[in-house]
Design a binder for this molecule. Structure first.
Ligand code: FAD
Length: 281
């Protein structure tokens, strides 16, 4: 199918994009187009105006700013994959990004697009659920900042209000004794995950000082599993704890579909949580 007719706009700055968003009825932002263009072609989305963010260079950067790693919303997944800064200061993001689609889709797809689209099987929202970065949001009269935990608003929905766009994402950087692991099961390499687990541990010797664990694929949005985090903090990650984390994750509520029923997703959640914790430890 072909998309319905739309007018295309190419703002050169964030204020210009925000002004267009406020002024144009039924407008939609275009980032890498790797989710939106198929939706246009299937007419799942039928905007009258597309506001293309690709000419706003100020939205494309990866910068270390004190204790945060700031990434512009229009930074491509490929730039993140190749970034030494991301590898060094946000290894969980590095580990996850290689699972996102194909090199061709990562060349165009952006971190902002992925987090705003919020596909329940997408990898980057799982990392964001674990690390809880700050989203910087531009709107008509103000900039606001929102933790990722408050961002998802149901299936494929976020909590931006009309007229807003995400400009950057600020990840807390990992202390030297921190480690991360991202594991998933997908039907084929480069497919969306059926279930994915992101785990970041900060160790104190052989004991866990702090833990951040998130699971995607069980519900409309990825969930942070603080019960498991609380269970392992201060403990050595031995066989008994891995088994406990496994059974806790496997008993989380899950939504299934005809291909991957809930009990299968729960089973994957258990196995992958164990693997992610063992990998991070
Ligand atoms: C063949 C194929 C395989 C793929 N496999 C995977 C996969 O395995 N895992 C995975 O996670 N993804 C996968 N994807 C999706 C891909 O990662 C997309 O890049 C991503 O979901 C959306 O990013 P985008 O930059 O392309 O955004 P777009 O498609 O341009 O936009 C997506 C949505 O976000 C909104 N949006 C974009 N940027 C902003 C912003 N800054 N502020 C507010 N709203 C914004 C848009 O209006 C739109 O509603 C795949 C895509 C294809 C085509």
């Amino acid at each position: 199918m072909k998309p319905v007719d739309f007018a295309w706009h190419l703002p050169k700055s964030v204020p210009e994009a925000v002004a267009l968003l406020g002024a144009l009825p039924n407008a939609r932002l275009l980032a890498g187009g790797q989710s939106l263009v198929p939706m246009l072609n299937f007419r799942i989305a039928a905007p009258d105006h597309l506001i293309d963010l690709n000419a706003i260079d100020a939205l494309r950067f990866i910068e270390l700013r004190g204790d945060i790693l700031a990434i512009g919303a229009m930074t491509t997944q490929r730039d993140i994959e190749r970034s030494e800064l991301v590898r060094q200061y946000c290894p969980l993001l590095s580990a996850a990004i290689a699972h996102v689609g194909h090199q061709q889709t990562r060349n165009r797809g952006t971190i902002g697009g992925s987090l705003c689209h919020l596909d329940p099987s997408a990898e980057l929202p799982v990392v964001a659920a674990a690390l809880d970065p700050m989203l910087v949001i531009a709107g008509a009269n103000r900039e606001r900042r929102l933790r990722f935990r408050s961002f998802p608003a149901g299936y494929l929905s976020n909590s931006l209000v009309p007229g807003e766009l995400v400009t950057s994402i600020e990840f807390p950087i990992l202390p030297e004794c921190g480690r991360g692991a991202f594991v998933e099961v997908a039907r084929r390499p480069a497919d969306f995950a059926i279930v994915a687990v992101a785990a970041q541990l900060v160790m104190n010797g052989t004991r866990v000082r702090s833990a951040r664990i998130a699971i995607g694929g069980l519900a409309a949005s990825p969930m942070r599993v603080e019960d498991i985090e609380d269970m392992i903090i201060g403990k050595e990650l031995d066989e008994a704890f891995l088994a406990g984390a496994h059974s806790c994750a496997a008993s989380l509520p899950a939504e299934g579909d005809s291909l991957n029923p809930a009990h299968y997703r729960q089973r994957l959640a258990g196995v992958l949580t164990r693997r992610a914790l063992a990998g991070a430890a």
